[in-house]
Design a protein around this ligand. Structure first.
Ligand code: NDP
Length: 458
C-alpha cells in the first residue's frame, strides 16, 4: 500500500505536493504522546492556557495570507473565501482563549453539606475533518477541545491535508507544547478508524458523510466513546410572497453556490410561494447570470472548481443520469479544460421523492419548487431526512417566528443565508448529526461534569 499521497490542485489538476501518509503505528505513537502530556496541559493555570491559545490565534493572523493562498491550491477555494476561513480559525481561537478561566461549575443547594460541580476535560480527543472546509472545521474541533484542557489528535481529509498540517506547525510556533495538538495526515480507513477504536481516545468529533458518521457511532458504542457528528444537509430556502423578492432572489445563488455547493449548510431546496413563483424565477435567473465562476485565485471569482474528479462525477450523476426525473431550468457557465468544473445548475424536480430533491448532492445544483401556504412550506421544508440549516424570507415577524419554530433544523436564518458565527451553536437535527459545535455548547461537548458532595456533618 502506498504511503504517499499527491495533493492535487482542483483548478489545474496539477500536483501541489506529495505528502507522507501516517499509519496506525504513528497514530498510536501520537495518542500515547497526547496521553503523556495531558496532565501538564490540563494542569496549566487557566490564564496560561488561555494565553497560549491567544498566541496561537495571533500566529494564525500573522500567516493569514499564506494559509489562504495555500487553501486555494489545496482545496480550490476562492481566495476571498479562503481568507475568511483562515480568519475564522483565528477568531475561534481568540474566542476560546477566554474559556479556560470561564469553565464555571455550579453550587447546588443540598442538605448536610456543600455540593459543587466541576467541569473536567475528557482526555485525548480526536477530530476528523472533511475536505470541504479544511481550516474552519479543524478549528471548531481543536480550539474548544484545547481550551477545555483536552489534548487533540486531528486527521485532515486525504484530499486536502495541507492547511491543517500548516496549522499544526503554527501551533508549535505559538508555544503549544509538542504532543498537545498533533495533525496526522492519513486515510480515514486507517487513521480515522484507529481514532474510533483506540481505547485512550475518549471522543471522536467527526464532520463528513452520514454513512461514515453512522459507522463511527456504531463502533464508538463498543467503548461508549463520546461522539459529535456533523453530517450532511438538504436545507430549505423558503421565500414567502410578502418577502422583499429582489433581496431574496439576489441572495439565492450564493446561498447554494458558496464553495461550489460543497457546503453542508447549502440551501439546495428553494421553496417559493406559488403567487410569486414566476416573479422570483425571473429575478433568480438574472442573479445567477452574474455569478463569476473561474480561477479561484482571482480576487473577483465567486465560485471555483469541485474538489475532485470523483466529486464532479457524483454531481453529474445526479443531474444527468436521473432518468429524466428532473428538468434543468437554467445553467451558468464553467471554464473548459483542466480543473474539476461544473456549471451552476437550477433544476425543477417533478416529485418530492426525486433524488435531486432528497439527497445531498454537494455540488452547485439547486432545486426549486412552489408551495401554496405557510403549512405547505413547513411540510415541504421538513420532508427530508436532514435538518441542518435553512432560510426564511418574509417581512411578517409573526410568520418568521412561527416558521422558525416549526422547521426541524439546527441553524435557521431569517432574511439572510448566513449560518455560522463562532459564538453561536452549530449542528443538526435528524440525520444531520448529533451535538453542537461552536459557542458555549462546544465546551460542554469537550468536558465531563463531576459532582462533588462535601459533608458538613462529619
Ligand atoms: P467522508 O465522510 O468519507 O469523509 C469525511 C472524513 O472522514 C475524511 O477525513 C475521511 O478521511 C474520514 N473517514 C472516511 N472513512 C472513515 C472511517 N471509516 N472512519 C473514520 N474516518 C473516516 O466523506 P466523503 O469525502 O466521502 O464525501 C462524501 C459525501 O459526504 C459528500 O458528497 C457529501 O455529501 C458528504 N460530506 C458532508 C460533509 C459535511 O460538511 N457535513 C463534509 C464532507 C462530505 P479520508 O479523506 O482519508 O477518506
Amino acid at each position: 500500500m502506498s504511503t504517499t499521497h499527491d495533493v492535487i490542485n482542483p483548478a489545474t489538476e496539477e500536483t501541489v505536493r506529495t505528502i507522507e501518509l501516517v499509519g496506525v503505528e504513528e497514530t498510536d505513537e501520537a495518542v500515547a504522546r497526547a496521553v503523556e502530556v495531558g496532565p501538564s496541559w490540563r494542569g496549566l493555570a487557566p490564564a496560561d492556557r488561555g494565553r497560549l491559545l491567544r498566541r496561537f490565534s495571533e500566529v494564525v493572523d500573522d500567516h493569514l495570507e499564506e494559509l489562504a493562498q495555500l487553501e486555494v491550491t489545496n482545496a480550490g477555494h476562492t481566495v476571498g473565501n479562503a481568507r475568511w476561513e483562515a480568519g475564522n480559525v483565528r477568531d475561534v481561537l481568540a474566542y476560546y482563549s477566554a474559556a479556560p478561566e470561564r469553565l464555571f461549575g455550579r453550587q447546588i443547594p443540598v442538605a448536610g453539606g456543600l455540593d459543587i460541580t466541576i467541569k473536567e476535560p475528557l482526555g485525548v480527543v480526536s477530530v476528523i475533518v472533511p475536505w470541504n472546509f479544511p481550516m474552519p472545521i479543524a478549528g471548531w474541533g481543536f480550539a474548544p477541545a484545547l481550551a477545555a484542557g483536552n489534548t487533540v489528535v486531528l486527521k485532515p481529509a486525504e484530499l486536502t491535508p495541507l492547511t491543517a498540517m500548516r496549522l499544526g506547525e503554527l501551533a508549535l510556533e505559538a508555544g503549544i507544547p509538542e504532543g498537545v495538538f498533533t495533525v496526522l495526515p492519513g486515510k480515514g480507513s486507517v487513521v480515522g478508524e484507529r481514532f474510533v477504536t483506540h481505547p485512550d481516545v475518549r471522543k471522536v468529533c467527526f464532520t463528513g458523510s452520514t454513512a461514515v458518521g453512522q459507522g463511527i457511532m456504531r463502533k464508538a458504542a463498543d467503548q461508549l466513546k463520546r461522539v459529535t457528528l456533523e453530517l450532511g444537509g438538504k436545507s430549505a430556502n423558503i421565500v414567502f410572497d410578502d418577502s422583499d423578492l429582489d433581496v431574496a432572489a439576489a441572495a439565492a445563488p450564493m446561498s447554494f453556490l458558496d464553495n461550489a455547493g460543497q457546503d453542508c449548510c447549502a440551501r439546495t431546496r428553494i421553496l417559493v410561494q406559488r403567487s410569486v413563483f414566476d416573479a422570483f424565477m425571473e429575478r433568480f435567473e438574472a442573479a445567477m447570470g452574474d455569478v463569476r465562476v473561474g480561477d479561484p485565485g482571482d480576487e473577483s471569482t465567486q465560485m471555483g472548481p469541485l474538489v475532485s474528479a470523483g466529486q464532479r462525477e457524483t454531481v453529474r450523476g445526479f443531474v444527468e443520469e436521473s432518468g429524466g426525473a428532473v428538468d434543468v431550468a437554467f445553467r451558468g457557465s464553467a471554464p473548459e479544460g483542466a480543473g474539476y468544473w461544473y456549471p451552476p445548475t437550477v433544476v425543477l424536480p417533478r416529485a418530492t421523492t426525486d433524488r435531486v430533491w432528497q439527497d445531498e448532492i454537494f455540488g452547485p445544483v439547486v432545486g426549486v419548487m412552489p408551495f401554496d401556504d405557510e403549512a405547505d412550506a413547513i411540510r415541504l421544508a421538513n420532508d427530508t431526512a436532514y435538518g441542518l440549516s435553512g432560510s426564511i424570507w418574509t417581512r411578517d415577524v409573526g410568520r418568521a417566528i412561527r416558521v422558525s419554530r416549526a422547521v426541524e433544523a439546527g441553524n435557521l436564518s431569517v432574511n439572510s443565508h448566513s449560518s455560522v458565527r463562532y459564538s453561536t451553536p452549530f449542528g443538526g437535527y435528524k440525520a444531520s448529526g448529533i451535538g453542537r459545535e461552536l459557542g458555549p455548547d462546544a465546551l460542554d461537548a469537550f468536558t465531563e461534569v463531576k459532582n462533588v458532595f462535601i459533608s458538613t456533618e462529619s
